[in-house]
Structures are given as C-alpha cells and as structure tokens.
Design a protein around this ligand. Structure first.
Ligand code: FAD
Length: 322
C-alpha cells in the first residue's frame, strides 16, 4: 500500500535535529511508493529544505516565522493540526524528544487520531499493516502494536534508526497559519550550558553515579567524554547527592538514552537506571564492587576504582583519537 507520511521536523537552534532525519527514514519505509512530506518551523526553516529533501522529503512546508523559533505548545499544536488537516497524511512521524512528547499527544487528541509514542522500530507486516515496537515496563519487555486503520501519529526514540540519504529534490511550500489566542505564556527558557552534546542523541555517554562522590569527581568523566566526543550523564543517586544537574539524569524518571557506547562509572545498576540504558549498543561498567548489578547488563565490566581507571582510559583514547 502506498501511504502519505508527514514528518514534523524539529530544530535545535539553526539546525535540524538528527532525529528528524531518522523520522524521514522511518517515513520512507512505511510510505512504500507513496509520498513523504515534511514540515519545519522558525527563522531557519527554509535553509533545511535541501537537507530534508536529501533524506527523502518530496515537499517541505515551511513556516518561516521567528515566533516558532522556540517551541510553544499552543502555537505548534495549532500549526501542526492545520498542516495535517490540509495535507491529510496517513501517518505522522516525529522524534520522541521533549517537544515531541508534548506536541504529538496534543495534536493527536485534537484530531482524535491514534498515537504510539517512543517507538523503537516501525515496520510493515506481511499484510502491509504498520507494526511498531515499543519498550514497556521500564525496558523489561517489548510490545508490538499493529494498526488496522490510519491516520496515526508516531514518535520515534532518537538514535535507533540510521538516517538514509536518498538524494531527492523537494519543493518548498511557504505556509502561513493564523495564530491562536495564547493562554500560555513562556516567561523564560533555561538552557543547561553543561550539556555540550544532547544526551538523547549522543553516540557515546560517560555516566557517573554516587560512586563519583562529588561534583569535582564529574570533571574526570567530562574529560573522558570530551576525548570520545560524547556527553556526560548521571544516575539519580548522583543528582540527588547534588553532584550534577537533574537534566543529566538517565533512567525511568530521567532520560532514555540509546548511545553506541555507554560507560557507567560508579553506578550500581538499579532497575530504574537500567530502564534508561537498556537499548545502548555496548555497555561498559566500572565499579569497585564485583557483585554490583550493573555487571549483569554490561557487555564489558571493569572491577576497580573509577578514579584510577577513567583517567587511564582518557589517556589511552587521547593517544588514538586526538
Ligand atoms: P548507588 O546505588 O549508591 O551506587 C553507587 C555505586 O558506586 C556502588 O555500586 C559502588 O560500588 C560504586 N562505587 C563507589 N565508589 C566507587 C569508585 N571509587 N569506583 C568505582 N565504583 C565505585 N535512578 C536512576 O539512576 N534513574 C532514574 O530515573 C531513577 N528513577 C527512579 C524512580 C523511582 C520511582 C525510584 C524509587 C527510584 C529511582 N531511581 C532512579 C533510583 C534508583 O533506585 C537508585 O537509587 C539509583 O539509581 C542509585 O544511584 P547510584 O547507582 O549512583 O548509587
């Protein structure tokens, strides 16, 4: 079956987020020979048309308006609903990011259509029905959901799909939409300067737990992360102890991450933490306690003091990578 699929592109400053390119690849897969279109918002939207077309968009709706530079729930929901009503897609895909988590259910509810969030895989079964895979019960089980009817809204977990370059050409469609009366005023957006690389999109994460013992101790992890061009994350234990900001927390009540390499330093491996890392390709654990549960989920384990091991890793990797 040929489907029309709309990808909601998401910007991070002047650039499109990588997860939006992943969403385009997923969209191409379910579209068959159908059409993949995209929508992108804000001052820098027009500059994204080439890139979005290379990754498979045939048409790109652009709302080139600075009011959309920052995510606003009401403005975005209104615009996305209008674009969906106008383009009538069978499937709408966007990243399961902070904004995606907010926008997708709002738009789906407004349109009274189905939503499957945080999908880690989107496929077609033998009868060409869309089947999505989601992890449930804190990552202990995977469920597959089949959709018998469209339209549906899907959000995809970042870092799960390798974006494919198709090299097509897209036409840009400048779009204007009247703005709704806003009931919600965003007074301030606080950005964490510490987050050099977005945790949810990072390929390498060096994470610390209570075993890191202090905010100062996290500098050792940052040095390794810098050499590996990765991000620093943390367990809730470390955040609760005030060693780092809660924006770094990974796990059931923190961020779900899917890096190629996750290095857990001084983290015991509580189930709530593992819920956020179980989709990592490789997990390396460094812990003094050989019985620590983190070793049960780790691909490689190093028993020892992180303050001896991490600087050695930084030193060795910098010889190869710098
Ligand atoms: P600890 O359990 O104290 O472990 C510290 C580890 O460091 C130990 O294994 C120790 O052997 C090791 N260590 C100490 N010194 C060194 C050293 N020098 N070198 C090497 N290793 C050393 N937790 C999360 O992380 N994310 C969540 O999202 C989350 N959500 C939760 C939700 C709920 C509802 C609940 C109840 C709990 C949640 N938790 C979450 C908390 C979770 O249960 C654990 O308490 C927490 O993950 C423990 O953090 P930790 O591993 O850093 O600390």
């Amino acid at each position: 079956m040929d489907r029309k699929v709309l990808v909601i592109g998401e910007m991070k400053g002047p650039k499109i987020r990588n997860v939006s390119l992943e969403a385009l690849t997923a969209a191409k897969q379910v579209a068959g020979r159908g059409e993949v279109i995209s929508a992108v918002f804000g001052t820098h939207s027009a500059k994204q048309v080439d890139l979005l077309s290379q990754y498979g968009a045939g048409q790109v709706y652009i709302i080139e308006d600075s009011d959309y530079d920052e995510y606003h729930p009401e403005l975005y929901t209104h615009a996305v609903v209008k674009i969906i009503q106008e383009t009538q897609p069978d499937v709408i895909v966007m990243g399961h990011t902070g904004n995606g988590r907010d926008l997708a259910p709002r738009a789906a509810a407004r349109l009274e259509i189905g939503l499957a969030s945080d999908c880690i895989d989107i496929n077609l079964d033998a009868s060409d029905k869309i089947v999505v895979t989601r992890s449930i019960y804190s990552g202990k089980l995977f469920e597959k959901k089949k959709f018998n009817s469209v339209p549906i809204f899907l959000t995809i977990r970042p870092n799960n799909i390798t974006p494919i370059r198709y090299g097509s050409e897209a036409s840009a469609i400048p779009y204007t939409v009247e703005k709704p009366a806003l009931t919600l005023l965003i007074k301030e957006i606080v950005r964490r300067a510490a987050e050099k690389v977005d945790l949810t999109e990072a390929k390498v994460i060096v994470a610390g737990g209570r075993g890191v013992k202090s905010a100062e101790g996290f500098k050792v992890l940052q040095e390794l992360a810098d050499v590996l061009k990765g991000a620093v994350g943390a367990s809730r234990g470390a955040c609760d102890a005030d060693y780092c900001d809660y924006s770094l927390q990974i796990g059931q009540t923190g961020k779900v991450v899917t890096p190629d390499l996750y290095i857990a330093c001084g983290i015991s491996g509580a189930i709530q933490h593992v819920a956020g890392i179980s989709n990592s390709k490789f997990i390396v654990a460094i812990n003094k306690d050989p019985e620590a549960p983190i070793f049960e989920v780790a691909d490689y384990g190093i028993v020892g003091d992180l303050f001896e091991i991490v600087p050695q890793l930084t030193n060795e990797f910098s010889k190869i990578l710098l």
